[in-house]
Design a protein around this ligand. Structure first.
Ligand code: NAP
Length: 244
């Protein structure tokens, strides 16, 4: 296994909690030389107790903050786009504002991060973009239809950018988790992978060179169902929707 993160400069979005916070810790464990740990509210950032961590304020929908981060973090070699939101609501009755909110952050926000950092990564090759997408990119669960659409859009953009950057020394990975035990799934009684374990799994699979990564057991079950026949995953989501 290659030591992809050792002595590397890593930039991660949404690191004040959940998967992003665990990714910071695991990237440090793997020997990163510097980690830009970003959050839209710096007062919420945990104390990572490590001199290699550089906190930066970043809301990924704020162009000025993105530009400021790109200036400060000009030495970034690995960009991890983790920040994301999940709103409830189906297509026919859900709030359009909620759909726009998810699309704005998960899709356009992440696209703007990739646009701002691609020229930086190009100067610091071999480089990587790692986008945290979702298994919902493969098939929609109507409870969270706007979220699923935003992640399907992000998955598409990730595949496009993978090809756009293929000859520039930048490898693009898509991470499609099932369900992870973070605030995003508060109140759910599923048996979920912890954020620390999922962060370890994501980084290990990146080091193995996997491009499309399913990092958790629930995600793998859903992905394997989809691989056998896309209708199988649609059926799982149908049964969840009707609580069969
Ligand atoms: N948990 C799951 O089951 C699961 C499954 C598949 C994919 N994912 C994806 O994994 C990623 C991390 O999710 P999580 O489970 O760790 O959720 P989480 O605990 O809710 O954390 C989300 C993080 O994103 C940040 N964020 C939200 N909007 C932002 C913005 N506009 N600019 C910058 N940061 C922003 C949040 O910051 P604030 O604290 O300021 O809100 C928070 O740090 C997301 O992209 C999510 O869609 C999660």
């Amino acid at each position: 296994m290659m030591q992809i993160f050792k002595d590397k400069v890593v930039f991660i979005t949404g690191t004040n909690r959940g998967i992003g916070k665990s990714l910071v810790k695991e990237v440090l464990n793997k020997g990163a030389i510097k980690v830009y740990a970003t959050s839209r509210d710096l007062s919420k950032l945990p104390n990572f107790n490590d001199d290699r961590v550089i906190p930066l304020k970043l809301d990924i929908t704020n162009d000025i903050e993105i530009e400021h981060c790109a200036e400060k973090a000009f030495d970034t070699q690995i960009l991890i786009n983790n920040a994301g939101v999940l709103s409830q609501g189906n297509v026919l009755e859900g709030s359009i504002d909620n759909m726009k909110y998810d699309m704005n952050i998960n899709y356009y926000g992440t696209i703007n991060m990739m646009r701002a950092f691609a020229p930086i990564l190009e100067k610091n090759t071999p480089a990587k973009i790692i986008n945290i997408v979702s298994i919902a990119a493969y098939s929609s669960l109507p409870f969270i239809a706007g979220y699923a659409a935003s992640k399907a859009a992000l998955f598409s953009a990730t595949q496009s950018v993978r090809i756009e950057l293929a000859k520039k020394g930048i490898t693009v990975h898509a991470i499609n988790p099932g369900a992870i035990d973070t605030d995003m799934n508060k109140g759910s009684d599923w048996d979920m992978t912890s954020p620390n374990d999922v962060a370890k799994s994501i980084l290990n699979k990146v080091e193995m060179g996997v491009l499309d990564i399913i990092p958790d057991d629930m995600g793998l079950g859903m992905y394997n169902a989809w691989r056998e026949d896309p209708e199988n995953l649609a059926k799982i989501f149908h049964d969840m929707y009707y609580q069969i």
